[in-house]
Design a protein around this ligand. Structure first.
Ligand code: CP
Ligand code: NVA
Length: 309
């Protein structure tokens, strides 16, 4: 049974294959291809313990394009995560009704447990540790820009969080240079960083506290909120810690000429990024958000064994 909990479990070939299917499905959609839908009558369930715009709507729309449907379960309503019944029972029952489960959970361990007992594939739609669907869409966006991946460097400025962790993993797997500029105390945990280096010794990975050093020679500059969902009580402390880490015109000027800007969204304009950068012709954030849908279509068809596109 294949799941997507973290991209650490996927090979570079798996990732390339998913991206290839996604590109095909994206092009079919743009050309109004009228083939038999690949996931006809398939039913998926999504459980969200945290808010979402992009993830929820892109999965639902993508599944509709493929001929299937999604049921939305609010985590609170179904008492998921042990509030009403243990995950083991919840997962065995839910997976007997549906073909796929998409879950956004507060704790990564909940998604791991959900997958352990599920009889259908489980997709991590963001946890405290990883956001793999976002990283797949990020790479699709970089590829849309028509570039040779091996010549690219993505610099992430900000917190070593779910988004930057997944981005570092996908970059290491696909041979894209990656650097993170984060204040001390907000960098990758030594264990995570060491295991990436050990597993992929050829990967070009670096981390620094100097944002200008991180973006030097970067073709893509990426940021995310300083305070993730669930960390609201740390907001003031984080705002102070990340002072000097805003992606603004001055920082973009320290990257490669014509470097592009990426953000997983939602963004707090005026905090981690300025309006000027968000709205500049170099900003790819809207294409990046759209690519969530295309890449998740590729992912769902692959997980359900219908990837013969
Ligand atoms: N980037 C992302 O996952 O957005 P949502 O939280 O709106 O789903
Ligand atoms: N790091 C952010 C990403 C939101 C898509 C969060 O977890 O809130």
């Amino acid at each position: 049974m294949k799941h997507l909990l973290t991209l650490l479990d996927y090979s570079a070939d798996d990732i390339r294959h998913i991206i290839e299917i996604s590109l095909q499905l994206k092009s079919d959609l743009k050309s109004s291809d009228t083939r038999e839908p690949l996931l006809n009558r398939r039913v998926a369930a999504m459980i969200f313990e945290k808010p979402s715009l992009r993830t929820r709507v892109s999965f639902e729309s993508g599944m509709q394009h493929l001929g299937g449907s999604f049921l939305y379960l609010s985590g609170n309503d179904v008492g998921w995560g042990g509030q009403r019944e243990v995950i083991k029972d919840f997962s065995r029952v839910l997976s007997s009704y549906v073909d796929l489960i998409v879950c956004r959970a507060k704790s990564h361990q909940s998604v791991v447990e959900l997958a352990e007992y599920s009889s259908c594939p489980v997709i991590n739609a963001l946890t405290d540790l990883y956001h793999p669907c976002q990283a797949l869409a990020d790479v699709l966006t970089v590829m849309d820009d028509g570039v040779d991946l091996s010549q690219q460097k993505i610099a992430f400025i900000g917190d070593a969080n779910n988004v930057s962790r997944s981005l570092a993993i996908i970059c290491a797997k696909l041979g894209i240079a990656f650097s993170i500029g984060a204040p001390s105390g907000y960098q990758f945990e030594p264990d995570f960083y060491a295991s990436l280096r050990a597993e992929m010794p050829a990967a070009e990975l670096s981390q620094t506290t100097d944002p200008k050093k991180a973006v030097a020679d970067a073709s893509f500059v990426y940021t995310d909120v300083w305070t993730s969902m669930g960390q609201e009580s740390e907001q003031a402390q984080r705002k102070a810690a990340f002072d000097g880490y805003q992606v603004n015109a001055d920082l973009m000027a320290a990257a490669r000429r014509d470097a592009k800007f990426l953000h997983c969204l939602p963004a707090i304009r005026g905090q981690e990024v300025t309006d000027e950068v968000m709205d500049s012709p170099h900003s790819l954030v809207i294409q990046q958000a759209e690519n969530r849908m295309h890449v998740q279509k590729g992912l769902m068809t692959w997980l359900l064994g219908k990837d013969d596109v």
